[in-house]
Write a protein that binds this ligand. Structure first.
Ligand code: OAD
Length: 244
């Protein structure tokens, strides 16, 4: 059972809250999750579109795949959960967000402190010089205006390491957190699947929010579980915060 009063105290008084979010949160904005029936990786083999080798073999195909996802994100709006998180951050200075999501829905909801541990879909990066620029919506694979190299979406592909600086900052936020909300993730992708255990070891209370919780081996680190959708969790909590 979730202790709403306890969560509310952490949020509104002396707490340091971090929301660790995954595709389940953006599902409430109409974007597909990755795993399970109808998920992105159920319909496409990631080795064909989400690895450095796939991009070397067939860059146009990879570019088209991400163009489609970019268009979906462009057409989506932040959900109630995105908006409540952003509203609280602006009001109470917490939660900060560590997200696996590559979309920009947290930012568009008004969230200021967001770390994208799996990169950002709406940003391009030159494979040669590393220069980043606003993600293009165009059918043909673009080239870098500086060096002429190919551009790719600035997301982390299978087989690639995470950005060291982003990972380091995320770990710092998790180490300092006294409440970690694990929202809408299957916790199947390493190394970030270890974040809840890391936060727990460093003293955080860990709450899982998922309509199908426990799809992973990290149950022992969850202090509380809310079995339900992210929107329901935050809307219910917001009622308690409003009464505080
Ligand atoms: P998954 O697709 O693996 O898991 C989505 C989770 O969201 C599942 O546990 C669902 O039960 C849950 N869920 C669905 N609807 C929900 C809702 N309304 N509210 C709350 N939870 C809900 O997505 P991730 O765990 O985010 O990597 O996937 C991790 C990484 O795998 C992604 O970042 C991506 C992918 O390969 C990269 O892009 C590098």
């Amino acid at each position: 059972m979730v202790d709403w009063d306890r969560l509310t105290r952490r949020l509104t008084t002396d707490g340091n809250v971090v929301a660790f979010t995954g595709a389940g949160l953006s599902a409430e904005s109409g974007l597909d999750t990755f795993r399970g029936e109808g998920g992105v990786w159920d319909r496409r083999d990631p080795s064909e579109v989400a690895t450095p080798g796939a991009f070397r073999r067939d860059p146009d195909r990879v570019w088209q795949f991400y163009q489609k996802r970019r268009r979906s994100v462009r057409g989506a709006e932040p959900s109630a959960a995105h908006r409540i998180l952003a509203d609280w951050e602006n009001r109470y200075g917490t939660p900060r967000v560590v997200t696996q999501n590559v979309d920009d829905l947290h930012e568009r909801a008004g969230q200021n402190r967001v770390l994208h541990v799996h990169g950002r879909l709406m940003v391009d990066r030159c494979v040669d010089c590393g220069e980043r620029s606003t993600g293009r919506l165009q059918p043909r694979l673009p080239t870098c205006s500086g060096c002429g190299g190919r551009l790719r979406p600035d997301v982390v592909w299978f087989g690639e390491p995470l950005d060291v600086d982003v990972l380091e900052r995320a770990r710092r936020w998790l180490r300092d957190a006294d409440l970690l909300l694990v929202v809408g993730t299957s916790l199947r992708v390493s190394p970030v699947s270890e974040f809840p255990a890391f936060a727990s070891q460093n003293g955080a209370r860990v709450v899982e929010v998922n309509p199908e919780p426990g799809q992973h081996d990290w149950n022992r680190v969850m202090d509380d579980v809310f079995k339900g959708e992210a929107g329901k969790f935050f809307e219910r909590w917001a009622v308690h915060v409003g009464e505080d």
